[in-house]
Design a protein. Structure first.
Length: 493
């Protein structure tokens, strides 16, 4: 995929090309409109004339009074702008404008410059690998060819960080966008090796179906056995010299989810190629950390399978043996994500990291509880508060949810150690799933459970509605920026 380029300019260009757009920002203040970093009275008057209100995500494009090109004014809201407002404004502009864009949003610190560059690159993301010769370009999304951020020269490092971060988010979006016909477990595993090639201190190990069987990964094998395209487990490690902390990341990687024999309705099956977003997220996070040279050891576990119905698929009532020996009675084959994640959590635990974070498009109940924009975060202190704090710092919306003690007894099985669902239960499905996963988190050297957080991204992983801020329609790459910030926090621990 082609990516928009971004560069830094210490001052607004004195002249613009005819196709260039100067982007500035404004917000509602004291009953009027205030331009950020400018007192251009003529522009304020023009904005008043066209009824510009300054609300967040509002954008108006006007002729450039001082030369060629045009001026686009993007709204920041109705209060003093925050870093998040600047990130959203930059993305709102690049998501809707094409050509050469000059973003003069008057950053007052390197953190603001980084947020502006992040938002701009996130908003500029486009995916057209599957557009054919018959495409109608008039119906295609506008595309920013180049982006210039006006900021002090000393903020170049902030621009460079933003590029690495947004490259990682774009990788998640690219992988989720690929149809399941072309991205299945073996292909995904090969793609991992390609993506990390050349990165210092990064290594990869892949288990095929025979190795999964030999090493007791019954959850991944069971979910994948109904498909003609066998499952994989991929372990990616970034181990820089001198790292004092070890963070394990486990990602759900169902490359397509039909529900198995517990078949989904046709409409619910649309979009299920995104059920591998968790694995894409943990992979992209590790790659960005390695490119940034963050001094923390990371292991990413990608649990890859295709959940298909067939004559050899697992059936409701079958029992699978997870890595380590714990058995699961499968009462619904559409609750398959927790089965592959169980294997990944056990394997990650065996290395006794300082913390484990798993990421999964796990439950429709997450959407019911929190909607399409908030990630549900469950698990232990101190890792859950670190995730929540990191999300607040990066502008990703996450919300802590409990794992009530009454949830685990609902998963009692008559014949196995645990069941994967409570048949007929419609209450707290996201919390029940988290209670299941908690059973497979191991203990550290002190005998206590390894601190663990579970991120259910079922809704936020895919924006099915219109764009907003720096988020376009389609995959969002949610979680990457938060996990990078968490990795930084552990590197300082």
């Amino acid at each position: 995929m082609a990516r928009a380029s971004v560069s830094l300019s210490p001052a607004r260009p004195s002249s613009l090309d005819s196709d260039a757009v100067l982007v500035v920002a404004a917000w509602k203040k004291d009953g009027g409109i205030a331009l950020r970093g400018s007192d251009d009275a003529a522009l304020v008057a023009d904005l008043a004339a066209v009824g510009f209100s300054g609300k967040r995500d509002e954008l108006v494009r006007l002729p450039n009074r001082s030369g060629a090109g045009s001026v686009a004014v993007v709204g920041l809201g109705t209060a003093e702008p925050t870093v998040d407002d600047l990130r959203a404004a930059a993305g709102s502009a690049t998501r809707r404008l094409s050509g050469s864009l000059v973003l003069d949003l008057a950053p007052a610190a390197a953190t603001e410059t980084e947020a502006i560059a992040e938002g701009a690159l996130l908003g500029a993301y486009r995916y057209d690998d599957y557009r054919g010769a018959g495409r109608d370009d008039s119906e295609s999304d506008a595309e920013a060819a180049s982006i210039v951020v006006v900021a002090p020269e000393s903020d170049q490092d902030a621009i460079d960080r933003a590029v690495i971060t947004t490259d990682a988010v774009s990788l998640v979006k690219d992988l989720v966008n690929i149809p399941a016909l072309d991205l299945y477990p073996a292909v995904f595993a090969d793609r991992v090796a390609d993506e990390v090639s050349g990165l210092a201190d990064v290594s990869v190990r892949t288990w095929d179906e025979a190795q999964l069987a030999a090493d007791g990964f019954g959850g991944i094998l069971g979910v994948g056995q109904g498909s003609t395209r066998p499952p994989r487990l991929v372990r990616v490690e970034y181990a820089p010299e001198g790292a004092s902390a070890h963070l394990a990341l486990v990602g759900k990687g169902i490359t397509f989810d039909t529900g198995g024999l517990s078949l989904k309705p046709p409409v619910s099956m649309i979009g299920m190629k995104d059920d591998m977003a968790g694995s894409a997220t943990v992979l992209a996070t590790l790659i960005a950390a390695a490119r940034r040279r963050i001094p923390v050891r990371l292991t990413a576990w990608l649990c890859l399978a295709e959940n298909m119905p067939s004559g050899v698929a697992i059936r409701p009532g079958d029992v699978l043996t997870i890595r380590g020996g714990r058995t699961v009675e499968v009462l619904n084959t559409d609750a398959e994500g927790r089965l592959v994640m169980a294997d990944g959590l056990v394997a990650a635990s065996e290395e006794q990291p300082d913390a484990i974070i798993d990421v999964a498009t796990l439950t429709g109940a997450q959407v019911v509880a929190l909607g399409n924009r908030y990630v549900g975060v469950m698990g232990d202190d101190p890792v859950v508060p670190r995730v929540i704090d990191a999300a607040a710092e990066t502008g990703e919306t996450m919300w802590r949810m409990p794992i009530p003690v009454e949830m685990r007894p609902m998963l009692a099985s008559d014949i196995a150690d645990i069941a994967n669902v409570k048949p007929g239960n419609t209450a707290g499905g996201m919390l029940v799933a988290a209670a299941f996963l908690a059973d497979f988190v191991g203990t550290g050297p002190d005998g206590e459970r390894i601190p663990w957080a579970h991120l259910d991204i079922a809704g936020p992983a895919l924006n099915k509605e219109g764009g907003y801020g720096y988020v376009g329609k389609g995959p969002t790459g949610v979680g990457v920026r938060t996990l990078l910030r968490v990795a930084e926090a552990y590197s300082r621990a």
